[in-house]
Design a protein around this ligand. Structure first.
Ligand code: PRP
Length: 214
């Protein structure tokens, strides 16, 4: 893990590990500058996100009008998304959370492990997995393999962001909020070094934030 991500090389992670030598981003507990000053570009504004989620939620609710969906959200990046998405779905539904940790530095092969299991059984239920982003697809592959062993009636996947250029495995979501290009996206749940999750929009991080000044 760790190392300075090279933006000229396709990275496995949308949230590469920070360079520990950079004081500016060290986790000292001291306030630095406003988060938005670290953004190269705003990709999707808070309004655009809400508008898209309203449409997406209505579409999913329509598809599940005859069967109650059991939403399973993958911690932690999906927290803002699930909070907004489920309120955009006007159908009876249930919710559970799955904790998954994946890390691989900047390599294309990763290790995924369960950090928090589901509270409820899913056998015979119509499961809808909620992700914040599909990048390499390794996390989702692991999650789907794990969930399918529990014999749900069906499994579909919703992802807030889809980054097809990062894909290392053939896997697609059934519902996609936005498709994004390369670059280090943060905000609306997505982190870099555990930060920026609280931004209300999705932005691309300035290179100097993770690589330092030239
Ligand atoms: C992120 C994200 C997805 C996964 C996508 O999780 O939330 O679960 O990576 O990447 P992949 O398609 O390359 O596997 P992360 O492990 O960073 O944890 P987090 O959600 O707590 O930030």
């Amino acid at each position: 893990m760790g190392g300075i991500p090279d933006p000229t090389v396709e990275q496995k992670r949308h949230s590469p590990k920070r360079n520990d030598t950079q004081e500016r981003t060290q986790n000292t507990g001291m306030a630095t500058q406003p988060l938005h000053e670290d953004m190269e570009q705003v990709l999707f504004s808070a309004d655009q996100i809400q508008e898209r989620i309203t449409t997406l939620g209505a579409e999913i609710a329509r598809d599940y009008a005859e069967k109650e969906p059991h939403l399973i959200t993958i911690l932690k990046g999906s927290i803002p998304f699930i909070a907004d998405l489920m309120r955009a779905m006007d159908v009876p539904m249930t919710l559970d959370v799955l904790g998954v940790s994946s890390y691989a530095g900047t390599q294309s092969s990763g290790e995924v492990r369960l950090t928090k299991d589901l509270d409820d059984a899913i056998e015979g239920r119509h499961v809808v997995v909620i992700e914040d982003i599909i990048d390499t697809g390794l996390t989702l592959s692991y999650v789907l393999r794990n969930l399918r062993q529990r014999m749900p009636a069906s499994v579909k996947v919703v992802t807030f962001l889809d980054k097809p250029s990062g894909r290392g495995t053939q896997i697609e979501a059934d519902y996609v909020g936005f498709t994004i290009p390369g670059g280090f996206v943060v905000g609306y749940g997505l982190d870099w070094n555990q930060r920026y999750r609280n931004l209300p929009y999705v932005g691309i991080l300035k290179r100097e934030v993770y690589a330092g000044p030239f």
